[in-house]
Design a protein around this ligand. Structure first.
Ligand code: CO8
Length: 258
């Protein structure tokens, strides 16, 4: 892959978007590599948690590639939007927790990529925004939908209609990110969180992700029914058998996770 680095540390895979000439903007070529990396980690049974970040000290992802987008017609724009959305939806729905480590600009498609991840951690130099209306378009990789679900709807509208960027401290205040770290500490913090999650039963973490995500799409009763399914299915896993046996009998040897 030319535009994405894929690394593995224990059970944690890190996807780094690397398009330095355009502050890691998402051209079709970058999206293709991102898709390949996402498919690879999604299919890797030994990856229990994933980190997505941007290469370099300045930018996570500065959005879709404006130079490439500029001359698209309506049909081509819809195709480009659908392609990005397909990849982001896969990140959102894959059976592994995904942490965005936001190391600088997260604008337009960059903020949308971060929002398709389960958890967002930011460096203190991070800048967030949906500047699309200034370019004469709406957000196109899910920004109108995800931002309005992650932060209060009035705040989402202010950010999207205003097209004004916000800094990391404001992103923390509105709940767009979980935490802000000094730039040089961001990746260690993301890895520590990922490894902490990866210590738990991966099937139970995946089931929790499905229950939360699917539950949020429906009523409370539907959500509870989804949780009952996911919870009871866990009783077919060795993680449950051994997890509970180990809790009750500390002399037992802890087995490898399923
Ligand atoms: N696309 C293409 N090139 C970019 C982008 C981008 N999004 N962002 C930066 N670059 C390029 C610049 O053109 C520049 O190239 P060059 O060196 O050849 O002149 C290089 O990266 C460095 O950028 P700057 O010189 O501008 O760096 P600054 O530090 O001065 O500014 C900013 C950094 C503030 C991040 C500035 O580059 C900027 O505003 N970038 C654009 C941000 C933006 O508007 N992003 C949203 C794009 S639209 C979008 O994401 C929609 C998603 C859904 C699309 C679906 C469509 C169907």
């Amino acid at each position: 892959m030319e535009y994405v680095l894929l690394e593995k540390d224990g059970n944690v895979s890190t996807i780094t978007i690397n398009n330095p000439k355009a502050l890691n903007a998402l051209s079709t070529a970058v999206l293709k590599d991102l898709e390949e990396a996402v498919n690879t980690v999604a299919a890797d049974d030994d990856t229990y948690a994933v980190i997505i970040t941007g290469a370099g000290p300045k930018s996570f992802v500065a959005g879709a590639d404006i130079a490439e987008m500029k001359d698209k017609n309506q049909e081509e724009a819809a195709e480009y939007g659908a392609y990005g959305n397909k990849i982001f939806r896969q990140i959102e729905t894959m059976d592994k927790p995904v942490i965005a480590a936001i190391n600088g600009f997260a604008l337009g498609g960059g903020n949308e990529l971060a929002m398709s991840c389960d958890i967002r951690l930011a460096a203190d130099n991070a800048v967030f925004g949906q500047p699309e209306v200034g370019l004469g378009i709406t957000p196109g990789f899910g920004g109108t939908q995800r931002l309005a679900r992650i932060v209060p709807v009035g705040i989402a509208k202010e950010i999207i209609y205003g097209g004004r960027n916000i800094k990391a401290d404001k992103a923390l205040q509105i709940g767009l990110v979980n935490a802000v770290y000094p730039q040089e500490e961001l990746m260690n913090a993301a890895m520590k969180l990922a490894k902490g999650i990866a210590k738990n039963a991966p099937k139970a973490v995946a089931a929790s992700k499905r229950a939360i995500n699917k539950g949020l799409e429906g009523t409370m009763d539907e959500g509870i029914a989804i949780e009952v399914d996911e919870f009871s299915n866990c009783f077919n896993t060795e993680d449950q058998t051994y997890g509970m046996e180990y809790f009750l009998d500390k002399n037992k040897e802890k087995p490898a996770k399923q």
